[in-house]
Design a protein around this ligand. Sequence first.
Ligand SMILES: Nc1nc2c(ncn2[C@@H]2O[C@H](COP(=O)(O)OP(=O)(O)OP(=O)(O)O)[C@@H](O)[C@H]2O)c(=O)[nH]1
Length: 769
Amino acid sequence: MATSFKHGRRYEGKRISIVVLGAPGVGKSTLVNRFVTGMYHEKTWSSVDEIREKTIYFDRREITLEIHDMQGVDNNMGEANRARVSTMANNADGVVLCYAVDSSHSLRVVFDIYKLIWGLRIPDHAPVVLAGLRSDGVLVGKKVVTRLDGMKTVDTLGISRDHFHEVCSRKNKNVTSTFYSLVRQILAVQNQTILEHKNTRASRAPSMDSVSDANSIVKRSISAPGVQRLAKRLSMAPGSQSDLTEMDFVAIPEMTASVSVNDIVNRWSVCQANNGAASTGALNAASATESLGKSKRKQSLSTYSFSLSSKEKDSPVNGRNNRAEERKKTAGNTFGRRISTTSLRHQHQDHLQRRSSAALLRTSSSQTSTGLTRNGFKLGGDSSCSTSLSTNDGSNGSSGVCSPLSSGTTSPDQGTPSDASPRSRNGSLNESPADVSVSPNIGKSAIERQLAERQRAFSESSLVYNPVRSSQRRTKLRDQLQDQISSTDDTSASGIDDGSSKTGEANKVRFSRDYWSSRTDNLSACRLRLTLRHRHSMNDLGNASIETSDVNSFISAEKGTVQPAPRLLTRSPTDLQEAVGMMGMVMAAARTKSACTGTDLRENKQDSGISDCSSGASSEAASPNVSMSASATASHKSTKFASVTCSVPDLSSAASPVMNGEREQSPPVMKTVRSCATLGTPANAPPPVQLRPGDSSLELEKISVHNSPPARRSDEAIPTVTYSKSKVLKSKSSETNLLLKLKQSIFKGKSKTPKAEKRATATQPVGQD
Ligand SMILES: Nc1nc2c(ncn2[C@@H]2O[C@H](COP(=O)(O)OP(=O)(O)OP(=O)(O)O)[C@@H](O)[C@H]2O)c(=O)[nH]1
């Protein structure tokens, strides 16, 4: 009782039918006979269709092979016979395609059989083996079809090479393996078919397992057939015609637990008896089934309704009848009534409102806790209490009022929660918008004000829940909030985070920045101009620019630190420029080290070449008048910020040698000023390029210092440091060498002198001094 793989039927595993096909006289019958009987007989006659059986044990299973030794297929074959061959092959579990290695024609016939059976393409998972028979022909020098030809054939036919065998029935070579290979394929297809069948059944059934929420609602699983059975039982029950839908099921609190269909029916009958609701219309089983498998949005509504049911389940009022009555009072719904979508939206609105208020309450808990405890109210962590929180100013002694809304709110002075449940029928609060107010003392920050406004907006507007719109609104609100906060911050407003501004020092260094980008389509270039100014005199201590060839490359540099060379430690614009150039170098080095994202470059300094820069600086750190440590930071994810941090000397001392142009003996007090440049990404900018570890794509070929102003800012003489993207580094070693050369060129004046002196000393003849 073999079954076909094409129709997805389950294999019984007891009988497998195999069809052996090939050109006439290739040795099919001999092959089958060899496999079945183990004997080899010279055959001189042309066989007709023959069925042989053999029982084998495969994977500890007894399998009976039903082998159809078919008549040879050739061009002279009639249509009827061809159709018969095709039908037999398609209904079989597996096919053995045979050719003779000493007959190239027989190999061409294999292609004809292929087309005859499967058309243009072999079906997936069709068990087929290709057997090159009479492979001992090589012994007599008649092998015209090589093994390579056989390989190409299986490749062309889409058969795995594992399923190609060169067989010799005479020597009993690969006979058994050919059939066992086919059986293995058949069993694999059998297992896969069963698996797919199971998956198909599982996917067809509407699963409610995904319905869950933060309240740890118990998952339920009601299959579509279950609902259909329920629908039938409800519709057949006398006098129980109803217009129940999925929403009604959701509204039943007990549905939050895993229940059977019988339980639902029982609940339904109980609620009918309690409410006496005589509904009209029969439950449409199909629609109920469909509704269970609807979109996620509907599921989310269902989830919320579950949440409500869960709360109500926790109500101290026991008994189904009382619960129904209670629900009728509070929510305006009964078991027998359908909860409309609008009602659910209102409920969700209420839910959001309470969440918002809970956040507000948390924010302002320090201010409100005193007044509330003074009046004997417990907040109890329930968000609904905070929803109705209408607290007067605690300073004038007025009492705060906490009006519990839901049954979950406990108020020892106000009686049971059910006594005070002023929820309107549509789910909105009964308080006027003015009631949902926040004390001025509660929160003066922008966040609290914004929350209060939002809460008011919720209570005033007939907001219809829309997840997408709600998300957009939250995003917009957050942006507004950030703008509001940043506008109140002086240092942030100017884009400068001057650490000295809060210390009130006399002389302070201001680190301003100006950023502009070339208005190319893809924002391919960026120039960051940094100006170091004396705070009061506003004299420029120096300025410099960083010009990169790719703004997006900044994203690869999460953090980099470099101590510049000592000769950079002056106030001249050129030196500052080079210092900033070092920053750019760090950035560029980091850019070639994309794997360093999210980590300190110092940890990767051996790979990124940063060690060259930092080592040269650390040895001279004690002497500088002006020291700059450059830290290039870029946000990897947002690709919007690149900050440059410079440590500059504290110029608060009037007699500072820095101001007088003299050299200070002791190390100056350093402080850090930070400039954050926004690398705004235009809307049409391409997504940031994520460099792979192998992409060491940028190289600082040279630093060309020039004082020519940029083209777009011709009115300003801004020295620029230009990095050109002209060469592609081949390896890390070449990258490191290049940075070494760069460092040597920068430190040229400093590094050569001692060496030269040393050399001169070494070469000086003894006794000459
Ligand atoms: N040398 C050699 N000859 C073989 C081998 N297998 C079969 N033959 C010979 O090939 C010839 C054809 O063998 P068959 O088994 O009749 O071929 P067939 O494909 O069944 O022929 P039809 O029944 O006409 O389709 C016979 O003379 C066999 O002896 C083999 O492995 N080696």
